[in-house]
Design a protein around this ligand. Structure first.
Ligand code: X6L
Ligand code: MG
Ligand code: MG
Length: 464
């Protein structure tokens, strides 16, 4: 795949929609849009008595050779309804090849790099967001400093929407814990929540009035007037909700769909993408027992974000407005990312549940069991916070205490085999922390490993 930078411009019709049409059409033609600059409002150059332009720059990956890419760009310009009348005149869509790899070449209809890009601030400003150097090794910052063009070039927004992010109409499909908390929080921060939809009509009305939004009658109705559509249903309903929302819900080329699943990739919203919508996901690395705790704990949480190039800058801006900490994530790493949260959160929960069960089995009252386990768990967490997981580790494994380890396993094998299996599996995993601490000699580590791998009733010493 070859890397190229494309300059986009439009000053006729729905200018943002035209730029979005370019992005969508390139992607339909298997040109991968890797990154998109902000969208800039720019003063017209060349023929100056025409309307202001929207300009942006895309970084793309493509198998197409330069002349084939040029042909594709011109075909997309034509499909956008571009008429070629006045030289340097108004255009619905202009797609220029600015850079193609490190190529410096000139043919009859194409010169790379674009021969006049250094004289145009509406090219250099957005390009400077995505690239540092030109093929001749001069920096883009240097080119900007030396650019003779003094015309006005200002950030107007992102490919998601122009203007103030708070005025972008939002819809929420699915008003569970996270959906209702997000809608409420965004509304309190001055965002525009236009509509909410929930399959449960009473819940829908209730949340709508709580967040001052319209109670929509269907997914498509909710999406209809919105620019950004949050799909905050259960994971298993995201695909179908998105299909219904993008079936008859107006012009998808101007919409962005955002889901908040921790484990699903963006492919789950492919129905909207096929119709031209941009896609993103944002996921709070946090656990919510109910709506109230969700509303309290969302701000300040870390949010992982994935997104198609056009939606990324917007998603980042949104999370920052929520006082969250955005961490970009590759869409293909979503399942692995989620597994880490399950290990840190849910598996910890299950292990404490098992510990409490063991306490109860030896005569502790329910409450005494929990009271015994919790302070231990809390201290462990605060030690990990202070020292890191390896240094905070204590107990038989950390000491290299083979006889206690053996006694633990023998007792569990006899009374609670599932807990014995978990003890073995987690401890085998934890051996890397023991090694990292460096306090136990190699022979003891190997002996502990053999003991843990042995399974129920296995003899380690004297085994044939
Ligand atoms: C003197 C003579 C100074 C000609 C400048 C600059 C001509 C740029 C053509 C020029 C001169 C161009 C866009 C635009 C055009 C655009 C903005 C061109 C080709 N395209 N103005 N004017 N954005 N802001 O995409 O770039 S016509
Ligand atoms: Mg041009
Ligand atoms: Mg052109």
């Amino acid at each position: 795949l070859r890397q190229a930078f494309l300059g986009l411009g439009s000053n006729v019709g729905d200018r943002l929609r035209n730029l979005r049409f370019a992005v969508h059409s390139l992607e339909e033609a298997s040109v991968v849009v890797e990154t998109a600059s902000h969208v800039y409002l720019t003063e017209p150059l060349g023929y100056t008595s025409q309307d202001p332009f929207l300009n942006a720059v895309l970084e793309v990956s493509t198998e197409l050779a330069p002349l084939d890419l040029l042909e594709l760009c011109q075909r997309i310009e034509d499909r956008a309804g571009r008429e070629r009348t006045v030289r340097w005149g108004p255009r619905t869509l202009d797609i220029d090849i600015l850079l193609y790899e490190d190529t410096e070449a000139s043919a009859k209809y194409l010169t790379i790099p674009h021969p006049r890009m250094l004289e145009r601030r509406f090219v250099l400003e957005p390009l400077s967001e995505l690239a540092d150097e030109l093929p001749d090794r001069t920096t883009i910052d240097r080119a900007l400093a030396e650019c003779p063009d003094t015309s006005s070039v200002e950030v107007a927004g992102t490919l998601v929407a122009l203007g103030d992010i708070r005025e972008v109409p939002l819809a929420f499909i699915g008003t569970g814990k996270v959906g209702s908390a997000m809608a409420g929080d965004l509304r309190e921060r001055g965002f525009t929540v236009d509509a909410v939809y929930d399959a449960d009509g009473d819940r829908c009305t209730e949340v709508a009035s709580a967040v001052g939004a319209r109670a929509a009658k269907s997914e498509a109705d909710a999406a209809g007037a919105a620019t950004v559509v949050f799909v905050t249903t259960q994971d298993s309903h995201i695909r179908s909700a998105c299909e219904r929302a993008s079936g008859t819900g107006g012009d998808m080329l101007l919409k962005t769909f955002v889901h908040m699943s921790g484990s699903l990739s963006l492919e789950s919203m492919d129905a909207a993408r096929r119709k031209g919508a941009l896609l993103a996901s944002i996921h709070p690395v946090q656990t919510f027992a109910d709506s109230v705790s969700a509303a309290r704990d969302l701000p300040g949480s870390t949010f992982s974000m994935t997104g198609s190039a056009g939606a990324r800058a917007f998603a980042m801006g949104l999370v920052e407005e929520l006082a969250g900490r955005p961490v970009p994530l590759a869409d293909e790493d979503k399942a692995l990312y989620h597994s880490a949260a399950v290990i840190a959160g849910n598996l910890t929960n299950m292990l404490i549940g098992a510990a409490a069960e063991i306490y109860r089995g030896i005569g502790f009252e329910e409450r005494q069991a929990v009271e015994a386990a919790l302070p231990l768990a809390r201290t462990t967490l605060s030690n990990i916070e202070k020292l890191g997981a390896a240094e905070a580790l204590t107990g038989p494994l950390a000491r290299g205490d083979l006889s206690t380890l053996e006694a633990n396993l023998e007792a569990l094998d006899a009374t609670f085999p599932e807990a014995a299996a978990a003890y073995r599996a987690v401890s085998l995993l934890g051996l890397r922390l023991v090694i990292e601490r460096g306090a136990v000699d190699d022979a003891t580590i190997l002996a502990m490993k053999a003991l843990l791998e042995g399974g129920a009733g296995a003899e380690v010493e004297g085994a044939p």
